[in-house]
Write a protein that binds this ligand. Structure first.
Ligand code: PA5
Length: 440
Protein backbone atom coordinates (compact mmCIF):
# COMPACT_ATOMS: atom_id res chain seq x y z
CA UNK A 1 0.00 0.00 0.00
CA UNK A 2 1.07 3.58 -0.63
CA UNK A 3 0.67 6.24 2.03
CA UNK A 4 0.72 9.89 1.10
CA UNK A 5 1.41 12.72 3.52
CA UNK A 6 0.86 16.32 2.41
CA UNK A 7 0.81 18.03 5.83
CA UNK A 8 4.01 19.95 5.12
CA UNK A 9 2.83 21.23 1.74
CA UNK A 10 -0.73 22.37 2.38
CA UNK A 11 0.22 25.31 4.69
CA UNK A 12 2.06 26.92 1.76
CA UNK A 13 -1.08 27.15 -0.36
CA UNK A 14 -4.05 29.47 -0.23
CA UNK A 15 -7.36 27.66 0.27
CA UNK A 16 -8.77 29.21 -2.90
CA UNK A 17 -5.82 28.06 -5.00
CA UNK A 18 -6.01 24.52 -3.71
CA UNK A 19 -9.73 24.13 -4.17
CA UNK A 20 -9.66 25.53 -7.70
CA UNK A 21 -6.79 23.17 -8.64
CA UNK A 22 -8.77 20.37 -6.96
CA UNK A 23 -11.84 20.97 -9.13
CA UNK A 24 -9.74 21.12 -12.28
CA UNK A 25 -7.76 18.05 -11.19
CA UNK A 26 -10.93 16.03 -10.84
CA UNK A 27 -11.95 17.02 -14.37
CA UNK A 28 -8.46 16.08 -15.61
CA UNK A 29 -8.71 12.69 -13.92
CA UNK A 30 -12.12 12.10 -15.53
CA UNK A 31 -10.61 12.96 -18.93
CA UNK A 32 -7.81 10.45 -18.31
CA UNK A 33 -10.11 7.66 -17.15
CA UNK A 34 -12.70 8.20 -19.89
CA UNK A 35 -10.03 8.59 -22.57
CA UNK A 36 -11.32 11.99 -23.63
CA UNK A 37 -8.15 14.03 -22.97
CA UNK A 38 -5.30 15.02 -25.29
CA UNK A 39 -3.26 12.09 -26.58
CA UNK A 40 -5.99 9.60 -25.71
CA UNK A 41 -4.71 7.19 -28.37
CA UNK A 42 -1.66 6.69 -26.10
CA UNK A 43 -3.47 5.17 -23.14
CA UNK A 44 -2.31 1.59 -23.74
CA UNK A 45 -0.34 1.70 -20.46
CA UNK A 46 -3.71 1.76 -18.66
CA UNK A 47 -5.42 -0.73 -20.99
CA UNK A 48 -2.78 -3.37 -20.39
CA UNK A 49 -3.41 -3.18 -16.64
CA UNK A 50 -7.18 -3.28 -17.10
CA UNK A 51 -6.89 -6.47 -19.13
CA UNK A 52 -3.76 -8.35 -18.00
CA UNK A 53 -2.16 -10.70 -20.53
CA UNK A 54 -0.91 -13.57 -18.37
CA UNK A 55 0.25 -15.51 -21.42
CA UNK A 56 2.62 -12.64 -22.26
CA UNK A 57 3.93 -12.51 -18.67
CA UNK A 58 4.60 -16.24 -18.86
CA UNK A 59 6.36 -15.95 -22.19
CA UNK A 60 8.58 -13.21 -20.76
CA UNK A 61 9.41 -15.44 -17.78
CA UNK A 62 10.15 -18.36 -20.11
CA UNK A 63 12.57 -16.33 -22.24
CA UNK A 64 14.19 -14.88 -19.11
CA UNK A 65 14.75 -18.41 -17.77
CA UNK A 66 16.50 -19.35 -21.03
CA UNK A 67 18.73 -16.28 -20.90
CA UNK A 68 19.50 -16.73 -17.20
CA UNK A 69 20.48 -20.34 -17.82
CA UNK A 70 22.91 -19.49 -20.63
CA UNK A 71 24.37 -16.11 -19.73
CA UNK A 72 27.10 -14.82 -17.48
CA UNK A 73 26.19 -11.34 -18.67
CA UNK A 74 23.07 -9.92 -20.32
CA UNK A 75 23.56 -6.52 -21.94
CA UNK A 76 20.35 -4.48 -22.17
CA UNK A 77 20.56 -1.88 -24.96
CA UNK A 78 18.20 1.11 -24.94
CA UNK A 79 17.80 4.75 -23.90
CA UNK A 80 15.16 6.97 -22.29
CA UNK A 81 11.91 5.10 -21.84
CA UNK A 82 13.57 2.05 -23.36
CA UNK A 83 16.14 2.03 -20.53
CA UNK A 84 15.13 3.82 -17.34
CA UNK A 85 12.24 1.61 -16.23
CA UNK A 86 14.29 -1.59 -16.42
CA UNK A 87 17.25 0.10 -14.77
CA UNK A 88 15.02 1.49 -11.98
CA UNK A 89 13.52 -1.91 -11.18
CA UNK A 90 16.81 -3.77 -11.25
CA UNK A 91 18.70 -1.19 -9.20
CA UNK A 92 15.94 -1.07 -6.60
CA UNK A 93 15.90 -4.83 -6.05
CA UNK A 94 19.53 -5.87 -6.61
CA UNK A 95 21.87 -6.45 -3.66
CA UNK A 96 24.34 -3.58 -3.24
CA UNK A 97 27.38 -5.83 -3.23
CA UNK A 98 28.31 -8.73 -5.39
CA UNK A 99 31.87 -9.38 -6.47
CA UNK A 100 31.20 -8.75 -10.16
CA UNK A 101 28.83 -5.79 -10.01
CA UNK A 102 29.67 -2.12 -10.06
CA UNK A 103 26.58 -0.89 -8.23
CA UNK A 104 24.22 1.95 -9.03
CA UNK A 105 26.14 4.69 -10.74
CA UNK A 106 29.20 2.49 -11.19
CA UNK A 107 31.05 2.80 -14.47
CA UNK A 108 29.37 -0.25 -15.93
CA UNK A 109 26.18 0.33 -13.97
CA UNK A 110 25.65 -3.40 -13.50
CA UNK A 111 22.71 -5.11 -11.83
CA UNK A 112 21.99 -8.68 -10.95
CA UNK A 113 20.59 -10.79 -8.20
CA UNK A 114 22.98 -12.96 -6.23
CA UNK A 115 22.47 -16.11 -8.28
CA UNK A 116 21.76 -15.06 -11.86
CA UNK A 117 23.73 -13.39 -14.62
CA UNK A 118 25.01 -9.88 -14.36
CA UNK A 119 22.80 -7.35 -16.15
CA UNK A 120 24.68 -4.50 -17.79
CA UNK A 121 23.37 -1.61 -19.87
CA UNK A 122 24.54 -0.03 -23.12
CA UNK A 123 23.17 2.40 -25.69
CA UNK A 124 22.08 4.91 -23.04
CA UNK A 125 24.90 7.30 -24.02
CA UNK A 126 27.71 7.45 -26.58
CA UNK A 127 30.85 7.19 -24.49
CA UNK A 128 33.55 5.46 -26.52
CA UNK A 129 35.47 4.69 -23.35
CA UNK A 130 32.47 2.93 -21.84
CA UNK A 131 32.00 0.80 -24.95
CA UNK A 132 35.63 -0.25 -25.21
CA UNK A 133 35.77 -1.11 -21.49
CA UNK A 134 32.49 -3.00 -21.81
CA UNK A 135 33.82 -5.12 -24.71
CA UNK A 136 36.96 -5.87 -22.74
CA UNK A 137 34.86 -6.83 -19.72
CA UNK A 138 32.63 -9.14 -21.78
CA UNK A 139 35.58 -11.03 -23.22
CA UNK A 140 35.56 -14.67 -22.15
CA UNK A 141 31.98 -14.51 -20.78
CA UNK A 142 28.77 -15.99 -22.13
CA UNK A 143 26.92 -12.90 -23.37
CA UNK A 144 23.31 -12.33 -24.43
CA UNK A 145 21.79 -9.08 -25.71
CA UNK A 146 18.36 -7.54 -25.20
CA UNK A 147 17.94 -4.65 -27.60
CA UNK A 148 15.03 -2.28 -27.04
CA UNK A 149 13.90 0.48 -29.38
CA UNK A 150 10.39 1.30 -30.49
CA UNK A 151 11.42 3.54 -33.36
CA UNK A 152 14.43 1.37 -34.13
CA UNK A 153 16.30 4.45 -35.29
CA UNK A 154 17.44 6.06 -32.02
CA UNK A 155 21.13 6.73 -32.55
CA UNK A 156 22.60 5.69 -29.19
CA UNK A 157 21.12 2.17 -28.98
CA UNK A 158 21.43 1.64 -32.76
CA UNK A 159 25.19 2.26 -32.62
CA UNK A 160 25.62 0.17 -29.45
CA UNK A 161 23.67 -2.71 -31.01
CA UNK A 162 25.71 -2.64 -34.21
CA UNK A 163 28.97 -2.80 -32.24
CA UNK A 164 27.75 -5.44 -29.79
CA UNK A 165 26.13 -7.76 -32.33
CA UNK A 166 29.29 -7.70 -34.49
CA UNK A 167 31.35 -8.43 -31.38
CA UNK A 168 28.94 -11.27 -30.51
CA UNK A 169 29.24 -12.70 -34.04
CA UNK A 170 33.03 -12.68 -33.70
CA UNK A 171 32.81 -14.75 -30.51
CA UNK A 172 29.87 -17.14 -30.83
CA UNK A 173 28.05 -19.33 -33.35
CA UNK A 174 24.27 -18.95 -33.76
CA UNK A 175 24.31 -15.41 -32.40
CA UNK A 176 20.67 -14.87 -33.30
CA UNK A 177 19.80 -17.20 -30.40
CA UNK A 178 21.65 -14.85 -28.08
CA UNK A 179 19.68 -11.76 -29.07
CA UNK A 180 16.17 -10.70 -28.04
CA UNK A 181 14.68 -7.61 -29.70
CA UNK A 182 11.87 -5.50 -28.25
CA UNK A 183 10.46 -3.39 -31.07
CA UNK A 184 7.45 -1.81 -32.66
CA UNK A 185 4.84 -4.34 -33.82
CA UNK A 186 5.30 -3.69 -37.54
CA UNK A 187 7.75 -0.95 -38.42
CA UNK A 188 11.24 0.41 -37.96
CA UNK A 189 14.83 -0.56 -38.67
CA UNK A 190 15.15 -2.75 -35.58
CA UNK A 191 11.88 -4.51 -36.36
CA UNK A 192 13.11 -5.36 -39.89
CA UNK A 193 16.55 -6.41 -38.65
CA UNK A 194 14.98 -8.70 -36.02
CA UNK A 195 12.64 -10.26 -38.58
CA UNK A 196 15.43 -10.84 -41.08
CA UNK A 197 17.83 -12.25 -38.48
CA UNK A 198 15.28 -14.45 -36.71
CA UNK A 199 15.72 -12.91 -33.26
CA UNK A 200 13.25 -13.72 -30.53
CA UNK A 201 10.98 -10.66 -30.62
CA UNK A 202 8.65 -8.87 -28.22
CA UNK A 203 6.39 -5.97 -29.09
CA UNK A 204 6.04 -2.50 -27.58
CA UNK A 205 2.32 -1.84 -28.13
CA UNK A 206 1.52 0.97 -30.57
CA UNK A 207 -0.45 2.89 -27.97
CA UNK A 208 2.23 2.85 -25.25
CA UNK A 209 4.86 5.61 -25.31
CA UNK A 210 8.45 4.94 -24.23
CA UNK A 211 8.31 6.50 -20.77
CA UNK A 212 5.06 4.66 -20.01
CA UNK A 213 6.40 1.29 -21.23
CA UNK A 214 7.95 -0.11 -18.05
CA UNK A 215 5.14 -2.65 -17.56
CA UNK A 216 5.52 -4.00 -21.12
CA UNK A 217 8.39 -6.35 -22.17
CA UNK A 218 10.58 -3.19 -22.19
CA UNK A 219 10.82 -3.22 -18.39
CA UNK A 220 9.56 -6.69 -17.62
CA UNK A 221 12.03 -8.81 -19.62
CA UNK A 222 15.19 -7.22 -18.12
CA UNK A 223 13.53 -7.34 -14.69
CA UNK A 224 12.74 -11.05 -15.07
CA UNK A 225 16.32 -11.66 -16.26
CA UNK A 226 17.47 -10.02 -13.02
CA UNK A 227 15.37 -12.45 -11.00
CA UNK A 228 12.43 -10.14 -10.16
CA UNK A 229 8.95 -11.54 -9.71
CA UNK A 230 7.34 -9.74 -12.64
CA UNK A 231 3.85 -11.04 -11.92
CA UNK A 232 3.96 -9.48 -8.43
CA UNK A 233 5.28 -6.28 -10.00
CA UNK A 234 2.65 -6.15 -12.73
CA UNK A 235 -0.25 -7.04 -10.44
CA UNK A 236 0.99 -4.46 -7.91
CA UNK A 237 0.38 -1.82 -10.59
CA UNK A 238 -3.01 -3.39 -11.36
CA UNK A 239 -3.92 -3.21 -7.66
CA UNK A 240 -2.88 0.45 -7.48
CA UNK A 241 -4.94 1.31 -10.55
CA UNK A 242 -7.95 -0.45 -9.01
CA UNK A 243 -7.45 1.28 -5.63
CA UNK A 244 -7.32 4.63 -7.40
CA UNK A 245 -10.42 3.79 -9.42
CA UNK A 246 -12.27 3.02 -6.19
CA UNK A 247 -12.16 6.64 -5.06
CA UNK A 248 -12.15 9.81 -7.14
CA UNK A 249 -10.45 11.58 -4.24
CA UNK A 250 -7.35 9.40 -4.28
CA UNK A 251 -3.79 10.25 -3.24
CA UNK A 252 -2.37 10.18 -6.76
CA UNK A 253 -4.85 12.89 -7.78
CA UNK A 254 -4.14 14.79 -4.55
CA UNK A 255 -0.41 14.70 -5.30
CA UNK A 256 -0.98 15.96 -8.87
CA UNK A 257 -3.22 18.77 -7.62
CA UNK A 258 -0.74 19.88 -4.94
CA UNK A 259 2.16 19.92 -7.41
CA UNK A 260 0.10 22.05 -9.76
CA UNK A 261 -1.00 24.45 -7.04
CA UNK A 262 2.60 24.75 -5.82
CA UNK A 263 3.77 25.54 -9.36
CA UNK A 264 1.14 28.26 -9.64
CA UNK A 265 2.40 29.67 -6.33
CA UNK A 266 5.96 29.98 -7.63
CA UNK A 267 7.43 26.63 -6.58
CA UNK A 268 8.82 25.69 -9.96
CA UNK A 269 11.26 22.92 -9.08
CA UNK A 270 10.44 19.55 -7.55
CA UNK A 271 13.24 17.81 -5.72
CA UNK A 272 12.40 14.11 -5.75
CA UNK A 273 14.33 12.91 -2.71
CA UNK A 274 14.95 9.47 -1.22
CA UNK A 275 16.96 8.08 1.68
CA UNK A 276 17.69 4.64 0.18
CA UNK A 277 20.45 4.79 -2.48
CA UNK A 278 18.99 1.92 -4.51
CA UNK A 279 16.13 4.27 -5.43
CA UNK A 280 18.46 6.44 -7.50
CA UNK A 281 17.26 5.03 -10.81
CA UNK A 282 13.64 4.94 -9.72
CA UNK A 283 14.07 8.68 -9.23
CA UNK A 284 15.69 8.95 -12.68
CA UNK A 285 12.66 7.12 -14.15
CA UNK A 286 10.38 9.55 -12.30
CA UNK A 287 12.41 12.49 -13.60
CA UNK A 288 12.07 11.45 -17.24
CA UNK A 289 8.38 10.63 -16.81
CA UNK A 290 7.56 14.06 -15.43
CA UNK A 291 9.97 16.15 -17.51
CA UNK A 292 8.96 14.67 -20.87
CA UNK A 293 5.26 14.62 -20.03
CA UNK A 294 4.89 18.12 -18.58
CA UNK A 295 7.68 20.24 -20.00
CA UNK A 296 5.83 21.77 -22.96
CA UNK A 297 4.61 25.22 -24.06
CA UNK A 298 7.13 26.77 -21.64
CA UNK A 299 5.34 25.28 -18.65
CA UNK A 300 5.70 22.42 -16.16
CA UNK A 301 7.46 21.74 -12.88
CA UNK A 302 11.18 21.05 -13.37
CA UNK A 303 11.86 17.64 -11.76
CA UNK A 304 15.24 16.97 -10.23
CA UNK A 305 16.49 14.35 -7.80
CA UNK A 306 18.39 14.18 -4.53
CA UNK A 307 19.92 11.20 -2.70
CA UNK A 308 19.68 11.97 1.01
CA UNK A 309 21.35 12.01 3.43
CA UNK A 310 24.36 12.13 1.03
CA UNK A 311 23.08 15.21 -0.79
CA UNK A 312 22.15 17.01 2.42
CA UNK A 313 25.92 17.46 2.65
CA UNK A 314 26.08 19.04 -0.82
CA UNK A 315 22.85 20.79 -1.82
CA UNK A 316 21.37 20.82 1.71
CA UNK A 317 22.47 24.40 2.32
CA UNK A 318 20.73 25.58 -0.85
CA UNK A 319 17.56 23.65 -0.12
CA UNK A 320 17.37 25.08 3.40
CA UNK A 321 18.33 28.61 2.55
CA UNK A 322 18.60 29.33 -1.18
CA UNK A 323 15.94 30.67 -3.59
CA UNK A 324 12.46 29.73 -2.38
CA UNK A 325 11.26 28.08 -5.59
CA UNK A 326 11.72 24.46 -4.51
CA UNK A 327 9.36 21.86 -3.19
CA UNK A 328 10.26 18.31 -2.24
CA UNK A 329 8.64 14.93 -2.72
CA UNK A 330 10.15 12.23 -0.52
CA UNK A 331 9.88 8.58 -1.55
CA UNK A 332 10.27 6.67 1.72
CA UNK A 333 10.44 3.03 2.71
CA UNK A 334 9.51 2.00 6.26
CA UNK A 335 12.66 1.31 8.26
CA UNK A 336 13.08 -2.46 8.20
CA UNK A 337 16.81 -3.26 8.32
CA UNK A 338 18.33 -5.16 11.21
CA UNK A 339 21.74 -3.46 11.36
CA UNK A 340 22.07 -2.18 14.91
CA UNK A 341 24.42 0.53 16.16
CA UNK A 342 26.52 -1.15 18.82
CA UNK A 343 27.20 0.10 22.33
CA UNK A 344 30.80 1.14 23.02
CA UNK A 345 32.27 0.99 26.50
CA UNK A 346 34.40 4.13 26.13
CA UNK A 347 31.90 6.09 23.98
CA UNK A 348 34.70 8.34 22.73
CA UNK A 349 32.67 9.10 19.59
CA UNK A 350 29.70 10.06 21.77
CA UNK A 351 27.26 7.76 19.95
CA UNK A 352 25.99 5.70 22.88
CA UNK A 353 22.80 7.77 22.92
CA UNK A 354 21.75 5.94 19.74
CA UNK A 355 23.29 2.56 20.59
CA UNK A 356 20.79 -0.24 20.17
CA UNK A 357 18.87 1.56 17.41
CA UNK A 358 18.86 0.31 13.85
CA UNK A 359 20.70 2.25 11.15
CA UNK A 360 17.45 2.40 9.17
CA UNK A 361 15.71 3.83 12.24
CA UNK A 362 18.31 6.61 12.41
CA UNK A 363 17.90 7.18 8.65
CA UNK A 364 14.16 7.57 9.24
CA UNK A 365 14.85 10.20 11.92
CA UNK A 366 17.11 12.00 9.42
CA UNK A 367 14.14 12.12 7.04
CA UNK A 368 11.82 13.40 9.77
CA UNK A 369 14.31 16.09 10.77
CA UNK A 370 14.84 17.08 7.13
CA UNK A 371 11.10 17.37 6.44
CA UNK A 372 10.57 19.58 9.50
CA UNK A 373 13.65 21.75 8.88
CA UNK A 374 12.89 22.26 5.19
CA UNK A 375 9.28 23.17 5.90
CA UNK A 376 10.49 25.70 8.45
CA UNK A 377 12.96 27.02 5.87
CA UNK A 378 10.18 27.59 3.32
CA UNK A 379 10.28 24.35 1.33
CA UNK A 380 6.87 22.67 1.03
CA UNK A 381 7.26 18.91 1.13
CA UNK A 382 5.19 15.77 0.61
CA UNK A 383 5.91 12.12 1.28
CA UNK A 384 5.01 9.01 -0.68
CA UNK A 385 5.67 5.99 1.54
CA UNK A 386 5.75 2.25 0.99
CA UNK A 387 6.31 -0.46 3.56
CA UNK A 388 9.08 -2.26 1.68
CA UNK A 389 10.77 -2.36 -1.70
CA UNK A 390 8.81 -5.43 -2.77
CA UNK A 391 7.92 -5.97 -6.41
CA UNK A 392 4.28 -5.34 -5.54
CA UNK A 393 5.06 -1.98 -3.99
CA UNK A 394 7.32 -1.00 -6.89
CA UNK A 395 4.44 -1.78 -9.27
CA UNK A 396 2.12 0.31 -7.14
CA UNK A 397 4.54 3.25 -7.24
CA UNK A 398 4.90 3.02 -11.03
CA UNK A 399 1.17 3.39 -11.52
CA UNK A 400 0.80 6.03 -8.79
CA UNK A 401 3.22 8.35 -10.60
CA UNK A 402 2.01 7.55 -14.13
CA UNK A 403 -1.53 8.43 -13.09
CA UNK A 404 -0.38 11.62 -11.37
CA UNK A 405 1.75 12.87 -14.24
CA UNK A 406 -1.09 12.44 -16.73
CA UNK A 407 -3.33 14.60 -14.54
CA UNK A 408 -0.48 17.07 -14.03
CA UNK A 409 -0.04 17.51 -17.78
CA UNK A 410 -3.79 17.92 -18.34
CA UNK A 411 -3.83 20.59 -15.61
CA UNK A 412 -1.18 22.44 -17.60
CA UNK A 413 -3.19 22.03 -20.80
CA UNK A 414 -0.55 19.92 -22.55
CA UNK A 415 -0.54 16.43 -24.08
CA UNK A 416 1.21 14.13 -21.56
CA UNK A 417 2.13 11.52 -24.15
CA UNK A 418 4.16 13.30 -26.83
CA UNK A 419 7.69 14.73 -26.71
CA UNK A 420 8.11 17.10 -29.67
CA UNK A 421 10.95 18.94 -27.92
CA UNK A 422 13.43 16.07 -28.00
CA UNK A 423 13.53 16.14 -31.81
CA UNK A 424 15.27 19.52 -31.95
CA UNK A 425 18.69 18.36 -30.74
CA UNK A 426 18.48 15.25 -32.92
CA UNK A 427 17.90 17.37 -36.03
CA UNK A 428 20.96 19.50 -35.29
CA UNK A 429 23.06 16.44 -34.39
CA UNK A 430 22.14 14.66 -37.64
CA UNK A 431 22.99 17.81 -39.60
CA UNK A 432 26.36 17.93 -37.84
CA UNK A 433 26.90 14.23 -38.64
CA UNK A 434 25.93 14.71 -42.30
CA UNK A 435 23.12 12.15 -42.18
CA UNK A 436 21.74 11.69 -45.72
CA UNK A 437 17.99 12.20 -46.27
CA UNK A 438 17.75 8.63 -47.57
CA UNK A 439 18.99 7.10 -44.30
CA UNK A 440 16.39 5.49 -41.97
O1 PA5 B 1 9.71 8.33 -23.67
C1 PA5 B 1 10.10 8.30 -24.82
O2 PA5 B 1 9.32 8.19 -25.77
C2 PA5 B 1 11.57 8.37 -25.14
O3 PA5 B 1 12.31 8.50 -23.98
C3 PA5 B 1 12.01 7.11 -25.86
O4 PA5 B 1 11.72 5.99 -25.07
C4 PA5 B 1 13.50 7.13 -26.18
O5 PA5 B 1 13.79 8.25 -26.94
C5 PA5 B 1 13.92 5.86 -26.93
O6 PA5 B 1 13.15 5.71 -28.08
P1 PA5 B 1 13.15 4.37 -28.89
O7 PA5 B 1 12.53 3.31 -28.02
O8 PA5 B 1 12.32 4.65 -30.10
O9 PA5 B 1 14.57 4.04 -29.23
Amino acid sequence: MIQFDDRRAVPFLREQELSSAGVRGLAAQRALVSGSGAGSDWLGWRDLLADPNDALLERIEHVATRLRAGANVIVVIGIGGSYLGAKALLAARTPYFKSSRSGPGGLLGGDSDSSGPEILFAGHHMSGRYMSELLAYLDGKSVYLIVISKSGTTLEPAIAFRILRQWLASKFDNTSERIVAITDAKYGALYSLAQKSGYEQFVIPDNVGGRFSVLTPVGLLPAACGGLDIKALFYGAVAQMNDIAASENNDSLRYAVLRHALLKSGYETELFAFFEPSLHYFAAWFQQLFAESEGKNHSGVFPTIAAYSTDLHSIGQYVQDGRRTLFETFLMIDPGGKTVIPDDRDDLDGLNYIAGRTLDGVNEKAYQGTAVAHEAGGVPNMTVRIHSLSEENLGRCLYFFEHAVSIGAYLLGVNPFDQPGVEAYKKEMFTALGKPDSAV
